[in-house]
Design a protein around this ligand. Structure first.
Ligand code: GLC
Length: 413
């Protein structure tokens, strides 16, 4: 089986837990048309100001978010402490652009951390390297004011060294004032002539600071500093196999949305189907990765009912099948037709994506199987072994009532 490259941060819990909740929440929940709205529509600070002025999430209930995450089988969360718009969910000493200065008036991050931690979920902070609000962040090709007629003048007096200091101050707050933080998710670098990368951020300094404050912390791969990456983060696509870097398998986590936006998007309608959601989770673990599934709470602080439905899809399936996810990884064995395999030692799990008529053939494994059962109800599945050492499993004609049924095989150790 694959042995991913060793990490500096502690990924032991991470590769066991496999499933987390991503939370994108900020002022962009008000325009409700993508978290990049300031950039896409090239809004000025003045045009964006109403979202700060009217930010008042009066139905904010992080205990409910945490309850839903836990019921879905998620074991950790990563929340946007600050996204590209620059707005901070916590009471940072280093800016006025924060939740405590909105009509809401209270620190949101402390509350979210408390709620999730009290249910035993691990805590991750997303922190945007990009900042379209900070006065020292220079206007570049990805900035919301990139097409400003007087871009040169806008950049006069902007000083990235001050912005670097600002980031360090904030990261120090985030990694000091909230107890144990398990993941820091920096986002993102776009090196090049009109972009920003490791020198603009002082990525080495950020890594050092993060690890010195939280020695076990996991750092993602978006600092444009390969040596700093514990985990790799393919976004909005499903890798076909174990993610490799320079030919070596690495610890990885794919991040995905229920519909096509990270921030709450009222009119976005590409919500994934229940079957698709389950298959994405299974595909991820079957190729050795983690799934970080996103929710974008509304301006009022609630999860959209469509997101709640999607979380329930996971919950219903995970209640009976989490054993084939937690602690599992890719199997070196060849998956039968229309199936995905995960494995945990001598337990092998076949996830049936297209339910066949009566027989499931698993090649080259006949002599290794001790016992077979369905995972959802523990019912025995009879099997025979043919001359070629294929196992032939006798399935009931009717598919069990599971989005993706799972057959558990006890292998001889
Ligand atoms: C991106 C986007 C962003 C989102 C994120 C999630 O790079 O800029 O809006 O937060 O990735 O992976």
């Amino acid at each position: 089986m694959h042995q991913p490259k060793a990490t500096k941060g502690n990924t032991d819990w991470f590769v066991n837990d496999r499933f987390g909740m991503f939370i994108h929440w900020g002022l962009y929940a008000l325009p409700a048309r993508h978290e990049w709205v300031k950039n896409r529509e090239e809004l000025t600070d003045e045009q964006y100001a109403p979202f700060f002025k009217y930010f008042n999430p009066k139905r904010f209930d992080p205990d409910r978010w945490a309850e839903l995450a836990q019921a879905a089988g998620m074991k950790y969360m990563v929340i946007t402490s600050k996204h590209h718009e620059g707005f901070c969910l916590w009471d940072s000493q280093f800016t006025d652009y924060k939740a405590t200065n909105t009509p809401w008036g209270k620190d949101l991050l402390q509350e979210v951390v408390r709620a999730f931690r009290s249910r035993g979920l691990k805590i991750g902070f997303y922190y945007s390297l990009i900042d379209w609000h900070h006065p020292d962040f220079t206007v570049d090709m990805r900035h919301s004011q990139r097409n400003h007629p007087d871009r040169a003048a806008l950049n006069q007096g902007r000083d990235m060294s001050k912005y670097r200091a600002y980031m360090k101050n904030q990261v120090r707050e985030l990694l000091t004032n909230f107890g144990k933080i398990d993941v820091i998710w920096y986002d993102f670098s776009y090196p090049g002539p009109d972009g920003k990368g490791r020198d603009d951020w002082d990525s080495a300094g950020l890594e050092e600071l993060s690890r010195s404050l939280q020695p076990e912390i996991i750092i993602n791969n978006r600092l444009d500093l390969p040596s700093s990456a514990d985990i790799y983060t393919p976004e909005q696509f499903q890798p076909r196999g174990w993610v490799r870097v320079d030919g070596q398998p690495v610890v990885w986590e794919t991040c995905q949305t229920f519909s096509g936006s990270w921030g709450y998007h009222r009119d976005e309608a590409t919500w994934k189907s229940p079957g698709q959601l389950i298959r994405m989770l299974v595909n991820t673990v079957a190729t050795g990765g983690n799934l970080l599934m996103n929710v974008g709470p509304t301006a009022l602080g609630e999860l959209d009912s469509r997101a709640e439905d999607a979380l329930r899809v996971y919950g219903d399936w995970m209640r009976q099948h989490s054993e084939s996810i937690y602690g599992c990884t890719a199997s070196a064995l060849k998956a039968p037709r229309d199936c995905r395999l995960t494995q945990n030692g001598d337990r092998l799990y076949a996830h049936i994506f297209a339910y066949p008529f009566r027989h499931l053939h698993i090649d080259d494994i006949g002599d290794r199987i001790e016992y077979v059962e369905f995972l959802h109800d523990g019912s025995e599945i009879h099997f025979s072994v043919d001359a070629a050492n294929s196992a032939i499993l006798q399935l009931p004609v009717v598919q069990p009532r599971a989005e993706v049924p799972v057959v558990k095989l006890y292998l001889k150790s």
